[in-house]
Design a protein around this ligand. Sequence first.
Ligand SMILES: [Zn+2]
Length: 252
Amino acid sequence: MELVDMFDLASSHPILATVTVFAGTVLASELLWKAIKYVRGHKRRLRVHEVLFFNELGEICFEQHRGKSSTAVDCGNNHCSLRKLDKIAALMDEAQYSIDIAIYTFTSKVLWEALKRALQRGVSIRVISDREMVYSTKSQILNMAAFGVPVRGPFTTTLIMHHKFCVIDGKTRVQEILQLKQRKWPRPYESVLISGSVNWTYNGFCGNYENCTISSDEVMTCQFQEEFNRMWMGFAASADKLLQGSVQKSSV
Ligand SMILES: [Zn+2]
């Protein structure tokens, strides 16, 4: 039946016309609501540009926290190390596709828990570390390897892998993952760089004078992602050696 015929039919039957108008209104409302939800869902998350400083004032409130998270107790300390650490974990909690980490020493339980949550959401995590520090006391890198996270690093005695940075949802990495999954349209995501002097350890966050920059700057996130990718490819040949060492030492 052609459209003109349908209109003729509707105009000659008032009840049919009413039902048609009602159905059309319901359909239009449904489509409008879906469009609003789509636009809301694809709104870019807030961009971040901030430097976190860790200093001697960072743990003066620890007695108030007594092992609880910074959100559970409002200590009022603007320098609170726990609050800053939770801020980094919160960025990891918002990762949609990838977290690429280049870290010299990593023992922080808070960040490992955040990374485990990311793994459970299907986020791809890769780690580059130092061949010696992989085995440091309480190293979370061994735990990550046990969870199937690929770990690479330079297998040399002359250079150490001294970086302390992390790229969340780096643009080229997200594109690579989408291509692998054969998906054209990404979920909304925001590339974030976390980088500074601080190692991801208790002393780093709660014992030293350190800095940690968090930024959504497109140029910087791309540059760090590019360097991560370059190292990742460069350390491919030594990955097996590093992991074999990890398995041998962690089983002791
Ligand atoms: Zn505090």
